[in-house]
Design a protein around this ligand. Structure first.
Ligand code: IMP
Length: 411
């Protein structure tokens, strides 16, 4: 069956950190990404080595499992092999018979990136400038080029002409050259391209389990996020069905990941944001710098109405709480429990108008880093987790207490 693991906030919740231990613990046979591209940065630490996955599902580090890049993704072919496959080669991680890329995923072309560099919308939203929005725009306008189209163009001159024509209409300055360049990149990844829908459904037929990995977070979803300050894909659990080609009845459960506080990269409303020394402290202690663009992450307190909204939209079964240890030195921790003038459990249409009402909680002021058993957490830290559980209305499956794979409490 398919289980979905996605982010409950604005991304960077620590999904990469949790996916690998989850693959091992629950015996998933495959890790499949269902949306986004190299705007994502899923960081893991493996034997002391830092690896940042952007397009390849992070579960590739788990031997004997498949890593599948689904049809809902937009793919930068060059970055895929120059950046990530090269890194896997350096680390000696074998992937030749385990990595599969959907022939229906769309290709990010250089003109998408060029267009974004000067687009007013991209500046307003403060995007990652990876060409993600323009690639999805071409897709929904039915003028995108899929990896399968490139495969066809490589062997069929009529299809090659069509693809060049499409690129010209889409604003590529030198379409023939752009196509040739992508065809060169394609040679490096062609062995991994296939119809991943058949592969995934075949695994389910064999009663093997798949971990569907979301990128970005629920509040960046194109439909349900803080529009227009969102990414261009469906980050919510619903997006996993279309982004992988697996029917909703094959979804068994949804696990959403939330930080013990909140961060956001880029522009857009952020009710609990801390523009003060506390926010600076969370940023430093939590190493809150974007793993893709190096931008500072904005930091703030945990926002219950937003996480509850995310859980409702995702039909989240259980939550994973990450980075609890970042709060270790706080005297007082605040949690937004509702917004002033808004009925409890609801959020306003425009989040920019939301005025948080906080509950203050005494900090535990003791180190929690690396703790692996819930009972070993300071009692006030246990109380914090229990408070969030009751306020959001979801149990926790795990609590993360540091960046290493073993810094984790399974509950
Ligand atoms: P885009 O996805 O590059 O179009 O950027 C749209 C918005 O989503 C911007 O505010 C980005 O900062 C944000 N964003 C995109 N990818 C990520 C991510 O992986 N983590 C956090 N924010 C992201």
């Amino acid at each position: 069956m398919l289980d979905i693991w996605n982010g409950a906030q604005w991304g960077d919740e620590g999904k990469g950190k949790i996916v690998v231990p989850a693959m091992r613990r629950f015996g998933y046979k495959a890790n499949a990404r269902y949306q986004g591209g190299n705007n994502a940065g899923h960081t893991i630490y493996l034997d002391g080595q830092k690896i940042v996955f952007k397009q390849v599902p992070s579960g590739i580090v788990v031997p004997d499992t498949y890593a599948i890049m689904g049809n809902g993704m937009v793919v930068n072919l060059k970055a895929l092999y120059m950046d990530e496959l090269k890194r896997l080669d350096e680390l000696g991680i074998e992937y030749s018979k385990r990595l599969f890329i959907s022939d229906k995923a769309h290709v990010i072309f250089p003109h998408h990136i060029e267009y974004e560099a000067s687009s007013a919308t991209s500046k307003k939203v403060d995007t990652t400038k990876k060409g993600i929005g323009p690639a999805y725009t071409d897709k929904t306008a039915r003028k995108g080029i899929r990896i399968g189209d490139l495969m066809d163009a490589a062997s069929d001159s009529a299809k090659r002409k069509d693809a060049a024509e499409m690129l010209r209409n889409n604003g590529a300055t030198n379409p023939e050259e752009a196509l040739c360049e992508q065809l060169r990149h394609l040679e490096r990844i062609a062995p991994y391209v296939r119809n991943t829908t058949f592969l995934l459904n075949g695994l389910i037929e064999q009663r093997l389990d798949i971990l569907g990995e979301g990128a970005q977070g629920t509040l960046l979803d194109i439909d349900h996020g803080t529009y227009p300050f969102v990414t261009s894909s469906s980050t919510t659990a619903g997006g996993a069905a279309t982004g992988l080609g697996i029917g909703p009845r094959r979804i068994r459960k949804v696990i959403s990941v939330a930080k013990a506080y909140t961060t956001r990269v880029g522009e857009g409303p952020f009710p609990t944001e801390l523009n003060d020394p506390t926010g600076d402290r969370l940023r430093t202690r939590g190493d809150e710098f974007g793993s893709v663009t190096g931008r500072l992450r904005r930091c703030g307190w945990f926002d219950v109405p937003l996480v509850r909204y995310a859980c409702d939209m995702n039909s989240t079964d259980k939550l994973v709480l990450t980075k609890l240890d970042v709060l270790d030195e706080e005297d007082t921790i605040k949690v937004c429990v509702r917004y002033d003038g808004i009925r409890e459990g609801e959020i306003p249409f425009d989040l920019a108008n939301a005025r948080p009402v906080y509950k203050e909680i005494r900090g535990w002021k003791r180190p929690t880093k690396g703790i692996q058993r819930f009972e070993e957490l300071p009692s006030k830290a246990q109380d914090y987790v229990d408070f969030l559980k009751d306020a959001v209305g979801r149990d926790f499956l795990a609590v993360s207490t540091g960046p290493r794979e073993r810094d984790l409490i399974w509950i």
